[in-house]
Design a protein around this ligand. Structure first.
Ligand code: SAM
Length: 295
């Protein structure tokens, strides 16, 4: 398995976390371990002082067992990392000590998207799965084949902000009356048929995004985890969040704003440089928000 993922806004993440040397660091979204590795191993791309050293205690969460396995291989030279295969909504179940720095790099990794068997990709056919945690029962096929039309429409509207939400829900329900919908390309064809030509591409990515959010309950998990992370931060501890769509960014902004004892370090979200976007198109939609615990 070749786990490919280029960490986003590495310099900016390192700079926001740099004052928090020493103590406990948590990466809530380990992926292939790209951020952790770069933070632990100063390199020309990583500004000094590095926020982490091998003296720090690092806790690394990912709910995807494949990500944890890939990261363990990638980070084999470090012995200060505790790997936790769990949803970051359960942060407080595992972390009982004050945190000096915590990172969320939300969504799925490039590897998960590119791996057809995971069912996230619009470009490659695969089973309608989309679970980040393969131990979970609910997958995209269950939603598409069994949810009633109003619930489907609600997912497309709320999590995809898709304007043809009713029309697409209706097309899915009418198709599944004769054939169960099993693959990403079957769903793609149904959505394309129900959408005007000028809008097909955008609608497809909105429908896939909304399904992924529903399968993994991404927004509820994020809200809970951010509140718990802020609560666990030590005085002058820092939190950094990278988000990739407006629904996530809104939750980060609102949670920071309403949390007591938090100084917001990014009045507006920080975005990637043009140079980085040219090298890594995934960085284009990234928004970084950072805050520091006061008191
Ligand atoms: C964008 S990738 C992180 C990439 C990583 N920063 C790197 O540089 O390699 C996001 C990772 O977070 C994981 N993830 C997303 N939501 C999660 C959640 N609620 N709990 C635990 N892991 C989650 C995904 O499985 C994925 O591996």
């Amino acid at each position: 398995m070749n786990f490919q993922h280029v960490p986003v806004m590495l310099n900016e993440v390192a700079a926001f976390l740099a004052p928090q040397r020493g103590g406990t660091f948590v990466d809530c979204t380990l992926g292939g371990g790209g951020h952790v590795k770069a933070l632990l191993q100063p390199s020309p791309a990583n500004p000094k002082p590095s926020p982490l050293s091998q003296g720090e205690r690092v806790f690394a969460f990912d709910q995807d067992v494949d990500a944890i396995e890939a990261a363990k291989r990638n980070l084999a030279q470090f012995n200060n990392i505790t790997y936790i295969q769990d949803n970051f909504r359960n942060l407080k179940k595992h972390i009982k000590e004050p945190i000096n720095g915590i990172l969320f790099d939300l969504g799925v990794s490039s590897w998960q998207i590119d791996e057809p068997s995971r069912g996230f990709s619009l470009q490659k056919d695969g089973p309608l799965d989309m679970r980040m945690d393969k131990r979970q029962k609910l997958d995209a096929a269950a939603i598409i084949n069994h949810y009633d039309p109003d619930d489907l429409a609600k997912i497309f509207f709320e999590f995809g902000e898709e304007r043809f939400f009713r029309r697409i829900a209706k097309a899915i329900v009418s198709y599944r009356e004769s054939h169960p919908i099993r693959t990403t390309f079957e769903l793609k064809a149904i959505v394309e048929k129900a959408t005007p030509g000028w809008r097909k591409r955008e609608t497809l990515s909105r429908i896939f995004q909304s399904l992924r959010i529903a399968v993994n309950q991404e927004l509820e998990c994020l809200h809970t985890a951010l509140e718990d992370a802020i609560d666990l931060l030590s005085p002058s501890g820092r939190i950094v969040v990278l988000s990739y769509h407006s629904l996530e960014d809104r939750i980060v902004k609102q949670t920071f704003k309403h949390a007591g004892q938090l100084k917001i370090l990014t009045k507006k979200p920080v975005t990637a440089t043009e140079e980085e976007v040219n090298l890594n198109p995934r960085a284009k939609s990234a928004k970084l928000r950072a805050a520091e615990k006061v008191g």
